[in-house]
Design a binder for this molecule. Structure first.
Ligand code: 2HG
Ligand code: ZN
Length: 468
């Protein structure tokens, strides 16, 4: 039987794309990967997803789940064979219910993250996952990659925000699990397997998510510091001094200010003199009228007296706050303007972060002197985007050295008890890295789980694990 004919019978008119129409689904947003799809399916119900997977499983056709396509590791791009079906969850995009008293809501996989944040806000609640691509990334992708972002230090990663999941298994069976329970000790954490699995075990179609009290007061500052060590010490002090109300703490290097000011309209250096490093700090509280500005100003003043902070600016309005965040959020875009570069998404214990930066920067200076280091990100989580940027014609030469640079930096992170993938996942890009750094026993268990849940190997083949 002709699979496309079967799929057409399952889906509504216009919900199966072929030929040219597949193009937007065949490459990642950075265009590092270019695949070719058999077709793109855009189901509108869980039942359609289930029937579609059953059909693909029977036909042994690979299925590549696809969300907002904002990933960094090629996890949502089909391979070059033209035989894989891309399964877009975009039309499964309803918030099914909100339960303010239970502090939870149920959202379908294709909901855009910002949409979920808005629905929570309308119910006087807060959904805390927040990242640069929140206007286009989708909940299914956030769940499948265990997304992080800028509030992890306070609320945890996506995995920590999940109460229940609804999943369609590779053979089309539906795993119903949209509970909204904080407590539920009933055997193995089967649902947990799908979080961070990048669609290699099944397709998440909906999730029951945790909400928090609405944020009523915030205070935001950009503090200049001498080095990442000072930033780490400042964070520890701020957490203690603020009743643990630090909700973001992001490291920005001088070059981050320079590149965003050069490329992004409206961005300028808010301080009078240049400094080597900056920390973007934010406090947040659910209490109305909490004097967080005063608290932050006082804590930064004390840190200045102690020689920890060199200068600082506290935002006095929503506009000033947005301007500070714009510097941080625009770094990836500014990097794109500068041409080719290498990205690394490492994490180490927060206490080891200064050492990582020092040793990593020394390695880059010694071995890749032409590259500019742009190390920035989520200090509070020990997670840095340790990126190397080429300059014009140097870009392609830098890309040729990706393997060597990756090895040095990932070995350095591993040596400090860290990870080569903090929040961007494995996708296609880091399959070999997982094989190298995961303990052999763990890798064997991953393959065993994969075989158990997807015996025909149809779910996102070649992502996370090598095809076996
Ligand atoms: C961020 O924190 C994203 O801005 C992207 O995770 C990081 O571009 C990057 O390397
Ligand atoms: Zn990040």
């Amino acid at each position: 039987v002709d699979l496309l004919g079967t799929l057409r019978g399952i889906l509504g008119a216009g919900d199966l794309l072929t030929g040219e129409a597949c193009a937007p689904f065949e490459s990642d947003h950075r265009r590092l990967y270019q695949g070719r799809a058999l077709a793109v399916a855009l189901p509108r119900s869980v039942d359609e997803v289930a029937r579609l997977l059953a059909a693909c499983n029977a036909a042994r056709v690979g299925v590549v789940p696809h969300g907002g396509n904002t990933g960094y590791c090629g996890g949502a791009t089909p391979d070059e064979s033209g035989t894989q079906l891309v399964l877009s969850l975009a039309r499964l995009n309803r918030v099914r219910s909100v339960d303010p008293e239970n502090y939870s809501l149920i959202a379908e996989a294709g909901c855009v993250l910002a949409q979920v944040q808005r629905v929570a806000e309308a119910a006087e609640r807060h959904f805390p996952l927040s990242l640069g691509s929140e206007g286009s990334c989708q909940i299914g992708g956030n769940l499948s990659t265990n997304a992080g972002g800028v509030h992890v230090l306070r609320y945890g990663m996506m995995r920590d925000l999940v109460l229940g999941l609804e999943v369609v298994l590779a053979d089309g069976r539906v795993l119903p699990g949209l509970t909204a329970l904080r407590k539920d000790n009933t055997g193995y954490d089967i649902r947990g397997l799908f979080l961070g699995a990048e669609g290699t075990l099944g397709v998440i179609t909906a999730a029951s998510l945790k909400l928090f009290p609405a944020i009523q007061s915030t205070a935001t500052a950009l503090a200049a510091v001498a080095d990442p060590g000072a930033a780490v010490t400042l964070l520890a002090r701020l957490r203690a001094a603020s009743g643990d109300s630090v909700s973001s703490f992001e490291l920005i290097p001088r070059i981050g200010i320079e590149l965003t000011a050069a490329h992004i309209p409206g961005v300028s250096d808010p301080l009078t003199a240049p400094h080597p490093w900056y920390a973007l700090c934010e406090l947040a509280s659910s209490r109305l009228g909490e004097p967080l500005d005063a608290l932050l100003t006082e804590a930064l003043g004390a840190a200045y007296e102690a020689g920890l902070v060199r200068d600082a600016v506290v935002a006095r309005s929503g506009r000033e706050r947005a301007a500070l965040w714009k510097i941080r959020e625009s770094i990836p875009e500014a990097q794109r303007h500068e041409g080719a570069g290498l990205k690394h998404d490492i994490s180490v214990p927060v206490s080891a972060l200064p050492q990582f930066v020092e040793r990593g920067a020394a390695w880059v200076a010694a071995h890749v002197p032409a590259a500019r280091l742009i190390a920035y990100g989520h200090v509070g989580d020990g997670n840095l985007h340790f990126n190397l940027q080429g300059r014009g014609a140097d870009g392609p030469a830098l890309l040729k050295r990706a393997e060597e640079v990756r090895r040095a930096l990932h070995d350095l992170a591993a040596g400090l008890g860290g990870s080569f993938s903090a929040e961007h996942g494995i996708g296609r890009l880091k399959v070999a890295e997982l094989e190298r750094y995961a303990p052999a026993t763990e890798l064997a268990l991953m393959h065993a789980v994969k075989r158990a849940l997807d015996p025909n190997g149809i779910m996102n083949p070649g992502k996370v694990l090598r095809r076996s």
